[in-house]
Design a protein around this ligand. Structure first.
Ligand code: XMP
Length: 432
């Protein structure tokens, strides 16, 4: 790593991530470290230019108040200490709106004399070198879902080790319209990657027949995914590395020494013991916007880089109750119409997540002067920062009318379109 670094030392702040992001926004790389890091460990990190000692309300661990250690205080590195009052202040306001931002800027550039060399191009160059060093002439395997993180990992590894990488794309039959085709087009046709495309639709849908409990559906989809991936991995000889799209929030949210676990971090876990690979995780220090920038710089299409979040179980948790093929088709088609119209109206960059849901009940309608008994389609559109809470944004009524008209005209078996106005809480974003 050639870039200068400012360490954010977690002394109990709830805003370590925001401080690290604020430093990175200045063009200087920053990492969050635990309060008990030793001077030797700190100085062994590459190009550390200074430390932000980041105090806050979680400053008591196991009944002991934590503080900046004397050995770090007395190291030659400049230390900027947020006193508790300042710690309180940053807990309340965005760093873009406080005088802390100016103090931080002055500390980073005037005191630490750090270079603003944290750029996407430098990151890619560094990672290409690190990946080549780690992998040597060995082979790497990647489960390529087509989501932002795995796609960017694939593009980065392709640049670093080319044909030593094998990507496995498992189509579980619950992907959105056009997604598997896009993965094949971008990675096989355009980037000339070794891509194993597995159409496991029948296998997944058969396993899911008559299963209506959402958690059971999730378990079946997750377990079956691992089995299919495992089978493909066994067919390939001499693979020693497994690449994963772990990103920085996955690590931070797994808990620091002062903060509770937000969610446990999991990627392709659950592979049997005899299939243990060494992990390659080149994005593990990037925030999501940095991952996207990296993807764009590597030439991935906007549609892939700015893709909205999509749950692992895919359409499986939007085709409510026991999945049937006809309702799944209605879901996929209505979702495609929604996405197309949102993109045309420029809503795709304004709304965080938007999709349709098809419940497992029918309602009465009238079509061609005759009574019909068909499914409703529910439109869900939310904005959120962290998916823990969510709001429903105002969507232009004319757009909703246009989408409704198209769904009713083009999607078989649907006679009614509804719009879900519920925030989270009390509703969740997904219906299952
Ligand atoms: P909820 O419905 O809990 O969703 O408000 C919050 C966010 O998480 C996504 N989500 C999932 N993602 N596997 C995933 O990878 C899942 O089982 C899953 N369930 C929900 C959801 O799409 C939303 O972005």
């Amino acid at each position: 790593m050639k870039q200068d670094m400012i360490v954010v030392l977690d002394l109990g702040s709830t805003r370590n991530t925001d401080v690290a992001r604020a430093v990175r926004a200045l063009g200087v790389y920053s990492e969050i470290c635990n309060y008990d890091i030793t001077k030797t460990q700190l100085l062994s990190m590459p190009n550390v230019k200074g430390v932000v000692a980041n105090g806050g309300p979680n400053d008591t661990v196991n009944g002991v108040k934590i503080r900046l250690s004397d050995e770090i205080k007395n190291s030659k590195l400049p230390v900027y200490t947020f006193d508790y009052e300042e710690g309180g202040k940053i807990n309340e306001m965005p760093l873009a709106e406080s005088d802390i931002a100016e103090k931080l800027r002055s500390f980073v550039f005037d005191t630490c004399k750090a270079q603003a060399n944290w750029t996407t191009e430098n990151f890619i160059a560094d990672q290409v070198e690190l990946i080549r060093r780690q992998v040597g002439d060995k082979k790497v395997l990647l489960a390529l879902s087509g989501g932002v993180d795995s796609s960017v990992v694939a593009a980065l590894l392709l640049k670093a080790v080319g044909k030593q990488l094998t990507c496995v794309h498992v189509n579980h039959g619950l992907l959105r319209k056009g997604e598997p085709e896009q993965v094949v087009k971008v990675f096989k046709d355009q980037l000339d990657a070794n891509l194993v495309y597995v159409d496991a639709t029948e296998r997944f849908l058969t396993k899911l027949e008559n299963v209506s409990d959402p958690e059971q559906k999730r378990k079946i989809i997750g377990a079956e995914f691992i089995r299919v991936f495992e089978e493909e991995a066994r067919k390939l000889d001499g693979i020693e590395f497994l690449a994963q799209g772990t990103i920085y929030p996955d690590i931070v949210e797994s808990g620091t020494k002062t903060a509770k676990i937000v969610k446990s971090h999991h990627n392709v876990g659950g592979l049997p013991d005899d299939l243990k690979f060494e992990l390659v995780e080149p994005l593990k220090m990037l925030f999501k916007d940095e991952v996207r920038a990296c993807g764009s710089a590597l030439g991935l299409p906007d549609g892939m880089v700015y893709r909205q979040p999509f749950p692992g179980p895919g359409l499986g948790v939007r085709c409510l109750g026991a999945i049937t093929r006809d309702r799944l088709e209605a879901l996929r088609e209505s979702d495609a119409i929604l996405r197309e119209e949102f993109a045309r109206a420029g809503q795709d960059r304004k709304v965080w997540q938007y999709f349709t849901v098809v419940p497992d009940f029918k309602s009465v309608g009238v079509r061609d002067n005759a009574r019909c008994f068909d499914w409703p389609v529910i439109i869900r559109a939310v904005n959120t920062v962290d998916a823990m809470t969510a709001e429903v944004p105002e969507i232009p009524f004319a757009l909703l009318q246009r989408i409704t008209k198209r769904i009713l005209a083009e999607v078989k078996g649907v006679n009614r379109v509804c719009f879900d106005l519920s925030p989270k809480p009390t509703a969740t974003i997904e219906w299952e």
